[in-house]
Design a protein around this ligand. Structure first.
Ligand code: SF4
Ligand code: SF4
Length: 93
């Protein structure tokens, strides 16, 4: 299934608590094996499976550490309409 979202994590803000990893329903977040400058394992996106649900965002205690993007669905072709276009009809006074 095509991803419907994506997430970016600011390594400078992430404290490696792992709450986002635990909260993600499709399990598309993980803690990196390498340490950040703060000496923690920062979270990272595995690169696939994000639905854009935003649960990880609401679980993260660090403002600005995690950003969720929802991808727009492709537009369907415009449908023809039989309804006439035009403005509303105000009653004549
Ligand atoms: S937005 Fe949802 S699916 Fe995407 S990484 Fe966060 S919790 Fe997982
Ligand atoms: S919840 Fe926030 S601070 Fe904790 S690991 Fe995830 S991005 Fe980092």
């Amino acid at each position: 299934m095509a991803a419907r979202g994506k997430v970016t994590i600011d390594v400078e803000e992430c404290k490696g608590c792992g709450l986002c990893v635990e909260s993600c329903p499709p399990k598309c977040l993980e803690l990196a094996p390498e340490l950040s400058a703060y000496g923690v394992h920062p979270a990272r996106y595995t690169g696939e499976g994000c639905t854009g649900c935003g649960i990880c965002f609401y679980c993260c205690p660090e403002p600005g550490a995690l950003t969720v993007y929802r991808l727009l669905a492709a537009k369907k072709p415009a449908q023809s309409s039989a309804a006439p276009s035009g403005g509303s009809h105000a009653p004549a006074l």
